[in-house]
Design a protein around this ligand. Structure first.
Ligand code: HEM
Length: 517
């Protein structure tokens, strides 16, 4: 009798514990996708069929793998089928708004510019940053890019002063010094000769922009920051490889070979950053300096909770700025160099502008840079066609109404910037062409929608480093054009690829011909 009641109790406990779990799993794997697909269908939105657990990840992986084998004509700016092959295909098949599945999570791809504006400029946090895979957080830090709500408000308030125009003007000299160091390196490689040399420009620009962010933001140098950059580069490869894997919560704690590698690299990044922070804390000077790191360390001592930041948070922010602060600008410079090598008339025009503003030898200062109107137009056009950030994601934090759409809570919204930047209805029939003249009257008048250019995003979460990046890109390009003519090497293979940012799959070999040579 006693045994029977124990068995009954155990059975009851099992039912109470197990049934809800089974229900939860069934809800995630079957019923929710089914229910949401129906809900969207009623609104006229469809997309590829949901497959259990994988959603559409297998198709995405297959299409991306195939796309990476292709090489484009260098004059073709039609890169969407290569970079976002899945969205390119689904948008043409199902229309401008598409529902697809990242594993079991719904993704709604929206290409309408007005809806994008409403999403990005929402000030109430209804469209939050979407949840990120743990390995991406190890790479880019749980800093400004990913935090939400009041933590974001506090961090952005503390960090904004580091990017004031006054500060950026002062950083111009550091940018110049780093660029001169790069020229010295190039000269050594030429053995002092004046002849042409071929350089892999993406690699060069990454090194240069890493040196600049390490110096300008952290008062260290490429040599000190190199460990962070090296480990982040390796982590980036791990992250790009796992981008289309199914994410199962908790899987990051299993000691798989990939996880062991990610943990090790994550530790390396943390330790290198701690060393940079420690050396600043031990420095003799009374305050910590007024660069990005100094501003954060000063905030760590604040007694006011809304102005305070902890050392752990600083470490995360350092990762964010080491990562976001260099590769994006390196890619802007890379694609602009490619476009100017293909469009020699524009290269000449901008060189003339640089020489008019700064002369042949004078180092460009912040004021000169602000006058380089044509160069600014070229960068805008480069950001439109080859913007480093391929798409922007947001998470509906509650059931939302957006235009005529009803978006259920927890739907991730994907804004495919690289596709939207080629929308002929908004940019005109020459949307696929390189035409910097469209920016003659500023970015807001370049298209039929004033916020059509989304390269730095818009609204409260727009890029904090935008002015820094533009000053940096102008300074570097002006100094290069003063010294070299740029031509694409015959070795160049036009293969823009999604490596978390838009990068040339086979680098960018460019022939540099010294102007006085
Ligand atoms: C050409 C260069 C750059 C481009 C195209 C670019 C693009 C972007 C974009 C599109 C976003 C919004 C992302 C989103 O909403 O999901 C963003 C945010 C951000 N960027 Fe940049 N960026 C560039 C350079 C930089 C630099 C140089 C820094 C730092 C020195 C930087 C730091 C950040 C940070 C911290 C955020 C998050 C801002 C927030 O959420 O408050 N970026 N960037």
């Amino acid at each position: 009798m006693e045994l029977l009641s124990t068995i009954n109790l155990l059975a009851l406990a099992l039912v109470v514990l197990v049934v809800p779990k089974i229900y939860g799993v069934c809800w995630i794997l079957f019923w929710r996708p089914l229910m949401l697909s129906r809900r969207f269908k009623k609104q006229g939105i469809s997309g590829p069929k949901y497959r259990i657990l994988h959603g559409n990840l297998r198709e995405v992986r297959k299409m991306k793998k195939e796309a990476k084998l292709s090489v484009l004509d260098p004059n073709s700016n039609d890169i969407v089928p290569r970079v976002l092959p899945h969205l390119d295909q689904w948008i043409s098949q199902y229309g401008e708004t598409v529902l697809y599945w990242q594993g079991t999570a719904p993704r709604l791809c929206i290409s309408d510019h007005e809806l994008a504006k409403q999403i990005l400029s929402n000030k109430f946090g209804f469209f939050a940053k979407s949840k990120t895979k743990p390995e991406i957080l190890k790479l880019a830090g749980n800093g400004l890019i990913f935090v939400n709500d009041l933590v974001w408000v506090r961090h952005r308030r503390i960090l904004n002063p580091a990017f004031s125009m006054e500060k950026i003007k002062i950083m111009n000299q550091l940018m110049v010094d780093c660029t001169l160091r790069m020229f010295e390196e190039w000269k050594k490689q030429r053995n002092g000769g004046e002849s042409e040399q071929v350089m892999m420009m993406n690699r060069e620009y990454k090194r240069l922009t890493a040196d600049i962010i390490a110096t300008a933001a952290f008062g260290s140098s490429y040599a000190e920051g190199i460990e962070v950059f090296r480990s982040q580069k390796k982590l980036q490869k791990c992250c790009a490889a796992s981008l289309t894997d199914v994410y199962i919560p908790g899987v990051q704690y299993f000691p798989t070979p990939l996880n062991l590698r990610i943990w090790k690299l994550g530790r390396k990044v943390n330790n290198s950053i701690k060393r940079i922070i420690d050396s600043r804390l031990k420095s003799e000077s009374k305050n910590y300096g007024n660069d990005l790191l100094g501003i954060m360390l000063t905030a760590a001592r604040s007694n006011e909770s809304e102005k305070k930041i902890s050392i752990d948070e600083i470490i995360e922010e350092c990762k964010t700025f080491f990562f976001a602060g260099h590769e994006t600008t390196a890619n802007l410079l890379t694609w602009s160099t490619m476009l100017l090598s293909l469009n020699q008339d524009w290269q000449e025009k901008i060189r003339e502008e640089v020489i008019n503003e700064c002369g042949k030898d004078k180092i460009p200062d912040a004021e000169n840079c602000s006058k380089l109107k044509l160069m600014n137009m070229v960068f805008m056009e480069s950001l439109r066609l080859y913007g480093p950030v391929i798409n922007v994601l947001r998470l509906a934090s509650e059931d939302m109404k957006l235009g005529n759409l009803e978006i259920p809570k927890d739907t991730t919204i994907v804004l495919p910037i690289v596709k939207m930047h080629r929308d002929k209805a908004v940019w005109g029939s020459d949307a696929d062409q390189f035409n910097p003249m469209r920016f003659e009257n500023g970015a807001s008048r370049a298209a039929t929608h004033p916020n059509a250019l989304l390269a730095f995003s818009i609204g409260p979460r727009a890029c904090i480093g935008q002015n820094f990046a533009m000053m940096e890109a102008k300074t570097v390009l002006a100094m290069i054009l003063q010294r070299f003519r740029l031509n694409l090497s015959g070795e160049y293979k036009h293969a823009p690829a999604d490596h978390l940012t838009l990068q040339p799959q086979y680098d960018l070999p460019v022939m540099l011909k010294p102007i006085n040579g």
